[in-house]
Design a protein around this ligand. Sequence first.
Ligand SMILES: CC(C)(COP(=O)(O)OP(=O)(O)OC[C@H]1O[C@@H](n2cnc3c(N)ncnc32)[C@H](O)[C@@H]1OP(=O)(O)O)[C@@H](O)C(=O)NCCC(=O)NCCS
Length: 186
Amino acid sequence: MTRVIPALIDRIYTLFLRLVVGHIGRGAVIEFPVKWNHPEKVWIGSGARVAAGTWLNCSSSPDDEFTLRIGADTYVGRNCHINAWKSVTIGSEVLVANNVYISDATHEFRDRRVSIKRQGERFSGPVEIKRGAWIGHCAAILPNTSVGINSVIGALSLVRRPIPDYCVAAGVPATVIREVAPTEEA
Ligand SMILES: CC(C)(COP(=O)(O)OP(=O)(O)OC[C@H]1O[C@@H](n2cnc3c(N)ncnc32)[C@H](O)[C@@H]1OP(=O)(O)O)[C@@H](O)C(=O)NCCC(=O)NCCS
């Protein structure tokens, strides 16, 4: 019973969200509560799951149909913060741990006479997390970066350069610590 009621609440919440979110694929589940800005800009693939406490913060940008894409069978953990002003793409079967920050935008901070809070925000470069990747707990993925196919980003790492396919990267800033060797044919 303790698991049935929250699961039911999540199903009802997801049903309601189908009215306002750009696209929610078959079998996808959005846990209650997720915080939204411009849910019409979000595309979520089939079988994906977005966990409770996450904030999907999109802009009203008129030029792109969707500013945030979450691929099929991808899991976005609890309390993540995703800013998608123009282009954040998370591929299919990606695993995003809890408390991860992903952003294609930044606050302005050029004018020293004005508080940063009042200077606004702007798109700063697209983010792409390719299929099968794993983003570790509390990692930060900054604008104008990508994470390669099946690559791993270590816990607490800061990604500010593209990370190639099939790599393990970690640290602040994240650097490649090793490659995942190709599997031998049977
Ligand atoms: C990245 C990770 C997968 C690497 O595991 P691994 O391949 O077994 O790597 P190792 O433990 O052998 O570490 C290799 C080197 O990378 C360093 N390293 C590993 N993870 C690191 C991290 N998150 N940040 C900084 N350095 C890290 C190690 O200190 C070690 O450095 P050294 O050779 O100088 O001693 C693992 O450390 C990690 O961060 N996992 C994420 C866990 C998580 O977030 N889980 C959430 C549940 S979904």
